[in-house]
Design a protein around this ligand. Structure first.
Ligand code: G3P
Length: 303
């Protein structure tokens, strides 16, 4: 599995690369805004063009850098993609264009512009990373349209389910979806047990049954990790070449579960990559080995 770092902060990109574990960079307009505001506070008033050039340069030739378009209609998205690609790809031949799967909004009720843009860019040989994927069906359509990568938003899918359930959480909290499934399974079993005398069709249509079957998931998807697992399986079944980048990752345990799905890439904030390294027993062990080392002996050995 490849690891991308999901940040636009130059210091984080440099540091993660120096650790030898980063295979690519993903950015989005929110991350770029945050990073550039931080730079400005430090007195660095660089413009967007120089800033993006620097990201591409630091990433270097082997690491793809996702840069996102900002428009919502296909024609403009393709224009922006061509601009970004022509301007920044010559730096290190590593630019990938991020396109939202669906740009439907209350004001503009058109849902297919992302697909059209992906397809037009594919025909021009420009790699795309299709973003804001929240269900496998969207990933399948993106792959059919010619996406190079799809990015399911693991954390935001969890947020959506937790919100439906009224669970309070902080952004980095692990979502114990298996426990939630157990709870709803038990509740459904109990309900069905109590209703055995009813006809199946009545039971199936009955409000409570429907409520229990639909709670704790998003149209059958029980978590962000499960969404990734399903996308990986579908792509494997049909030999689709599109690669899966699990995105919107919030904690180290999610990274482990995502690695188990067989997804091609995980893109994580630098803080999550750092969290992957840490364990209290490792810290304790390091301290103990250090104390136990016979100083004089090692001093003589390493001299
Ligand atoms: O790669 C997408 C990511 O930046 C979104 O993350 O944590 O804002 O859902 P998050």
């Amino acid at each position: 599995m490849k690891i991308f770092v999901d940040t636009a902060k130059l210091s984080e990109i440099r540091e993660a690369i120096s650790w030898g574990i980063v295979d690519g960079i993903t950015t989005n307009p929110s991350l770029i805004r945050e990073a550039m505001e931080e730079e400005r506070k430090r007195g660095n008033n660089t413009d967007l063009s120089s800033y993006l050039s620097e990201i591409c340069r630091i990433a270097g030739r082997e690491r793809p850098v996702s840069l996102e378009v900002i428009s919502q209609d296909a024609e403009r998205m393709v224009e922006e993609a061509l601009f970004l690609y022509r301007k920044f790809n010559p730096i290190a031949n590593n630019v990938v264009i991020k396109i939202p799967i669906n740009t439907y909004t209350e004001e503009k009720k058109i849902d297919h512009e992302g697909l059209v843009a992906i397809n037009q860019l594919e025909k021009r040989g420009i790699p795309t990373n299709v973003t804001l994927i929240m269900k496998p069906e969207q990933a399948l359509l993106a792959a059919k349209a010619g996406a190079t990568y799809v990015s399911p938003f693991v954390g935001r899918i969890d947020d959506h389910i937790r919100k439906k359930l009224g669970i309070k959480f902080n952004k980095g909290d692990y979502f114990d979806f298996e426990l939630i499934q157990e709870i709803f399974k038990l509740r459904l079993e109990k309900h069905l047990e109590m209703a055995t005398e009813e006809r199946i069709s009545d039971l199936y249509d009955e409000e409570r049954t429907k409520e229990l079957r639909c709670a704790g998931n998003d149209d059958g998807i029980v978590s962000g990790v499960e969404c990734v697992k399903k996308i990986v399986n579908i792509f494997k079944k049909y030999n689709l070449r599109t690669k899966v980048i699990a995105a919107s990752i919030r904690n180290s345990r999610q990274m482990r579960e995502l690695a188990e799905t067989g997804c091609d890439i995980c893109t994580a904030p630098f803080s999550v990559i750092r969290e992957m390294l840490r364990h209290p027993k490792t810290e304790e062990g390091v301290k103990k080995f250090h104390l136990d080392a016979i100083q004089a002996g090692y001093d003589a050995l390493f001299k």
